[in-house]
Design a protein around this ligand. Structure first.
Ligand code: GUN
Length: 295
C-alpha cells in the first residue's frame, strides 16, 4: 500500500480562505482583528515561526504587532509587554513564542496573558475549559490535527489513537480532545512517552498513530500495522550540507518507509505545520468576533 498524502498546505489554504472572509465581515463592522506577538531571544527556529505567523496574518488581513526582546530580558520586562497587549484594544490575540530562553519563567508569563486573548490556549483557565469540553481557544497544533483528520474524511469515533509524546503543547491536549464526546473525538486514546516500555506494542495497535515526540525516526515502519493513518507532528532540523541553509526539516516518522505501509500520512514539511499557523489565525478571528457579540 502507498499512503494517501494528507496535504496540510491544501487544507490550510481552504481554511485561510474561510478565515479571510470572516476578517472581511469583521472589517465591515469596524473591527480589524489583531495579534500581538512576543519573541524573546534569537533562537533561529522560533524566529522563523514568528516570521511565518506574521506573514500569514498579513495575508489574512489581520493586524499584527511584534515585540522582540533580547535573550537576557527580565521577567518584569516580559510581563510589561504582555500587560501592554492585554490592555491594547487593537489586540485580540496574544502569542508568546515558546520556549522562552529561561524556561522557569514560562508558566508565570503564560498566566499573565488575559485568558480572553489567549489564542494559544495555554492559560490554565483555558486548559481547564478545554479539558471540560467547554467553549474556549483550543491549542493550535492539536486543533489543526483535528481539522486535518476531519477534512480528510478520517473517522476518529471508536478508533484507537496512539499519541507518542506528552507535551503540554501537543500530546496531552490532543489526547484529551480526541477522547472527548464530540464530532472530532470519541476515540479510544493511548498516550506513550519516553518512559513507555515496549513502545511498538502500543503503536502497532493504532488505527491512527500521532508522532509528537520531537525526535527523528521515532516511528519506523515495523512499528505500525498495515493501513494505519500516520500524523507526523515533528519539525526537526537535521544537518544537510547539500542544502543552501545547511539543514533540512524532517518529522518524527521515517516517511519513506512508513508511507509504503500506512493508508494516509502527513508529510514534513507541508503537513501539520501550516495548520498550526492557520488555527492561530482562526482563534484570533474568533476572539475578535467575540468582542462584537459582547458589545
Ligand atoms: N512553540 C512551539 N509551538 C508553539 C505554539 O503553538 N505556540 C507558541 N506560543 N509557541 C510554540
Amino acid at each position: 500500500m502507498t499512503a494517501r498524502i494528507l496535504d496540510g498546505n491544501q487544507i490550510a489554504r481552504e481554511m485561510r480562505g474561510e478565515i479571510r472572509q470572516r476578517v472581511e465581515t469583521l472589517k465591515e463592522r469596524g473591527v480589524v482583528p489583531g495579534l500581538g506577538v512576543l519573541l524573546v531571544g534569537d533562537d533561529p527556529a522560533s524566529r522563523s515561526y514568528v516570521t511565518a505567523k506574521e506573514r500569514a496574518c498579513e495575508q489574512a488581513g489581520i493586524y499584527s504587532s511584534e515585540i522582540r526582546l533580547s535573550a537576557d530580558a527580565t521577567l518584569a520586562e516580559i510581563l510589561a509587554v504582555v500587560n501592554d497587549f492585554n490592555r491594547d484594544a487593537r489586540i485580540h490575540g496574544i502569542l508568546v513564542q515558546l520556549p522562552l530562553p529561561d524556561g522557569k519563567m514560562e508558566q508565570t508569563v503564560l498566566e499573565a496573558i488575559d485568558p480572553a486573548k489567549d489564542v494559544d490556549g495555554f492559560h490554565p483557565v483555558n486548559v481547564g475549559k478545554m479539558m471540560l469540553g467547554l467553549p474556549t481557544f483550543l491549542p493550535c497544533t492539536p486543533h489543526g490535527i483535528l481539522h486535518i483528520l476531519k477534512r480528510s474524511g478520517i473517522e476518529t469515533s471508536g478508533r484507537h489513537v496512539v499519541v507518542v509524546g506528552r507535551s503540554n503543547i501537543v500530546g496531552r491536549p490532543l489526547a484529551n480532545m480526541l477522547s472527548q464526546k464530540s464530532a472530532f473525538g470519541d476515540a479510544t486514546v493511548t498516550i506513550c512517552h519516553t518512559r513507555t516500555r515496549n513502545l511498538s506494542d502500543f503503536t502497532r495497535s493504532a488505527d491512527i498513530l500521532i508522532a509528537a515526540a520531537g525526535r527523528p525516526n521515532t516511528i519506523t515502519s515495523d512499528m505500525l500495522r498495515e493501513g494505519a493513518v500516520v500524523i507526523d507532528v515533528g519539525v526537526n532540523r537535521v544537518e544537510d550540507a547539500t542544502r543552501e541553509r545547511g539543514y533540512r526539516l524532517t518529522g518524527d516518522v521515517d516517511f519513506e518507509a512508513v508511507k509504503e505501509k500506512a493508508s494516509a500520512i502527513t508529510p514534513v514539511p507541508g503537513g501539520v505545520g501550516p495548520m498550526t499557523i492557520t488555527m492561530l489565525l482562526y482563534n484570533t478571528v474568533e476572539s475578535a468576533e467575540r468582542t462584537l457579540v459582547e458589545t
